[in-house]
Design a protein around this ligand. Structure first.
Ligand code: CUA
Length: 313
């Protein structure tokens, strides 16, 4: 995104510089040209419609260019491409904790392969932080109680600064780290050097059983809760008639505040798991639910056969 952000930024600077010069020059030239000695008797001038239209419409046009260009970049930045590699981040006073889908965890360092789309799924354990990598020209707030995301596509290997860009307490300035962009081969050997870890989805599956989720969210349609296979990334019909998209925040809310959105055909009987699951556990559960919608990961997630979408109780 850096080249695009820079392009817009330099355009803004160039337009500002142009108008600053234009205004200063005009002030200077008019001050000399229309000084009192040259024009002892000032002339009364009524307004001029063409002139006023000109100085209204031209700036309007320029502002619209800023708006459209900025919106275009914003939309790209806000929508991680499909098939992005996902990394979960948990911010806390005062560190960055990262977890890869493969289960590798690291603190204040993020290792990623070059040339891949990387989607960050971020939440905070305490206050508001902000994930900021100046070299990538991306910055996204990291909030308690919900997921925010951002994405980037590193094009050069190297080590880049990671900052927290939201004042978050005494050691805010020390909440720094590095993003290490590696060749795919180096990344693979980095992953392997951590030893074999269970994937996030596998951790999530274990939690899913431990917490008793599996008793109601059964693979067949006989459970007291909706089956979760194939749910992620699809619209969900709710009891109150609304339709919501099953994204990371929907899964999260359904675990912590199950009464907020009841799936059509089900009763609001699920207890909350607020306070029983850590941010890391939530990430694992979300990752597991996602894996149930990815056919290629069926073996790992143990996903049941797809079922009809319009099942009811
Ligand atoms: Cu975290 Cu500033």
């Amino acid at each position: 995104m850096a080249a695009q952000v820079d392009g817009l930024y330099f355009f803004l600077v160039a337009v500002s510089a142009f108008f600053t010069l234009l205004i200063f020059l005009t002030v200077f030239i008019f001050a000399v040209k229309y000084r009192q000695e040259a024009h002892p008797n000032p002339e009364h001038i009524e307004g001029s419609l063409p002139l006023e239209l000109t100085w209204t419409l031209i700036p309007l046009g320029i502002c619209m260019i800023f708006f459209a260009w900025g919106a275009l970049i914003y939309f790209q930045e806000a929508r991680p491409p499909r098939g992005s590699m996902e990394v979960y981040a948990v911010a806390k006073q005062w560190m960055w904790k990262f977890e890869h889908e493969s289960g590798q965890r690291e603190i204040n360092a993020l290792h990623i392969p070059v040339g891949r789309d990387i989607k960050m799924i971020m939440s905070s354990q305490d206050v508001i932080h902000s994930f900021y990598v100046p070299a990538f020209r991306i910055k996204a707030d990291v909030l308690p109680g919900r997921y925010t995301s951002t994405w980037f596509h590193p094009t050069k290997t190297g080590t880049y600064h990671l900052f927290c860009a939201e004042y978050c307490g005494t050691q805010h300035s020390g909440m720094i780290g590095e993003v290490v962009v590696m060749t795919p081969a180096a990344y693979q050997s980095w992953l392997a050097s951590g030893g074999a870890t269970p994937t996030m989805a596998a951790n999530g599956k274990e939690l899913f059983t431990q917490l008793g989720c599996a008793t109601c969210h059964r693979a067949d349609t006989q459970g007291r809760g909706p089956t979760l296979a194939g749910v992620f990334g699809k619209p969900v019909q709710l009891e109150d008639g609304r339709t919501v998209m099953a994204d990371e925040n929907y899964i999260r809310e359904s675990i912590l505040n199950p009464q907020a959105k009841i799936v059509a055909g089900f009763k609001p009987i699920m207890p909350t798991f607020q306070g029983q699951v850590t941010e890391e556990s939530l990430g694992a559960l979300v990752s597991y639910v996602k894996s149930l919608s990815q056919p290629q990961q069926k073996a790992e997630g143990g996903a049941p056969q797809p079922i009809a979408a319009n099942e009811s109780n």
